[in-house]
Design a protein around this ligand. Structure first.
Ligand code: MN
Length: 415
């Protein structure tokens, strides 16, 4: 496929992608958007120009909104035809390519649009589904001999996170303060975290509400998933280590999480499906699944000090996940827990098998014992004030490239 938009071939936002987000256009007007090449497209105006008139179920201009929720909740019967329509409209010699007036009113250079929080997120859950990450953390926090706890290979371990503090790329995060108990101290002190960390994750967004008592099967799960984004699950390791027993993560996690502004649909990721890892021991019946449920999505994280150059500190891949999204959603609802449209389900830190592919500083520096050198000559055990952490994700196969762009966050000092 070739688009009439210049230089859209080998970018994250190629014609094979068609992601969805929400933008502030020319600093004055908010609408749902898509992106092709370096052009952000105002979907509310495109709707008013009649380009979606014959799409069944799209009776209102749901793009005239501050979030994607109303659009997503229409379900795949509507969101899929809309994506296909946009793809057709962006092709060479399409009707839109000859409609200069509409192009003038709907297409904006990316630097004229500020991307904002694309979703209202009712609930957020964080899983722990990378076997490499769970093994590394088990070694660091507990027992190197029994790194994986007995339940880990029988169910996708997770916890309920905090939705209120999820922010979009570009929003600064303040270093959190909390209770910290140094190893050799008898009691904790209160102060800024000394071990601020990122967690490289992907998250999926669901497109419906279910009733309490209803369980989503692994077979049905992907129908419920609108799309995915990059997720940075900020963590304060010293606060976490002291507070987490026995009920799990709390203030070491809920001070902030950052997401990329574009939601990439599951349909755009179809070409990048790969086989899921063999699960041994065999899982219970409700966690069994058919088909390729993992996705080959390349991931990287860079750290840029204030006024400095970025150093890429890790490269990982979403295909490493032991538990897939269908299993996560099936497990989450097997007890009758209801889901809500716009909910976010994060993968857990995505670590690869080698040291250069770990998804957190905790693992990369082995809890600070092996600092990472940056290009400016400084070193990092964890993230320092004024550092900007950027995560990127994209998939590629032959001439097809589909990417997520980035989530980029600057850390500012504790007050
Ligand atoms: Mn996490």
């Amino acid at each position: 496929m070739k688009s009439f938009i210049d230089n859209a071939e080998n970018t994250d936002f190629s014609i094979y992608n068609i992601p969805f987000g929400v933008g502030v256009f020319n600093r004055e007007y908010i609408a749902c958007a898509t992106k092709i090449g370096n052009q952000v497209v105002d979907l509310a105006t495109l709707y008013d120009e009649g380009y979606f008139d014959d799409i069944e179920g799209l009776d209102d201009n749901v793009f005239e909104a501050y979030t994607l929720n109303a659009f997503i909740e229409l379900g795949k019967e509507v969101t899929q035809p809309v994506r296909i329509r946009l793809q057709e409209l962006f092709l060479e010699n399409s009707k839109l390519s000859k409609d200069e007036r509409t192009i003038e009113s709907c297409f904006y250079d990316e630097d004229k649009v500020q991307m904002i929080m694309p979703l209202h997120i009712p609930n957020y859950t964080d899983f722990y589904s990378s076997i490499e990450h769970a093994t590394n953390v088990g070694k660091l926090f507990r027992d190197p001999e029994n790194a994986l706890l007995p339940n880990w290979k029988h169910l996708p371990v997770g916890y309920h996170g905090r939705a209120s503090s999820i922010v979009v790329s570009g929003i600064e995060i303040q270093r959190p303060k909390g209770q910290i108990k140094p190893k050799d101290a008898d009691s904790p002190y209160f102060g800024p975290t000394q071990q601020l960390d990122f967690e490289l994750e992907m998250a999926f967004v669901v497109n419906r509400n279910t009733q309490m008592g209803y369980s989503i099967s692994t077979q049905e799960a992907e129908e419920c998933i609108f799309g995915m984004l990059i997720f940075n699950d900020w963590s304060a390791r010293d606060i976490q280590a002291w507070e987490y027993v026995p009920l799990g993560p709390f203030l070491g996690k809920n001070f902030g999480s950052s997401i990329s502004p574009w939601v990439v649909t599951l349909e755009a990721l179809e070409p990048f499906r790969v086989a899921s890892p063999q699960q041994d021991p065999e899982v219970l019946e409700y966690l069994k699944f058919e088909g390729n449920k993992n996705f080959d999505i390349e991931l990287e994280v860079g750290i840029r000090p204030e006024n400095g150059e970025e150093t890429i500190v890790t490269k990982s891949n979403f295909k490493h996940m032991y538990w897939n999204m269908a299993q996560q959603l099936a497990h989450h609802t097997v007890n009758g827990c209801n889901i809500e449209s716009g909910d976010l389900y994060a993968s857990g830190t995505i670590s690869g098998p080698e040291k250069g592919s770990y998804g957190s500083m905790l693992e990369l520096t082995w809890r600070g014992s092996e600092p990472i050198m940056l290009k400016d000559g400084t070193s990092r055990k964890f993230i320092e004030d004024m550092d900007t952490v950027t995560m990127r994700a994209f998939a590629r196969k032959g001439e097809i490239r589909v990417g997520f762009g980035e989530v980029s966050t600057k850390i500012i000092p504790a007050l």
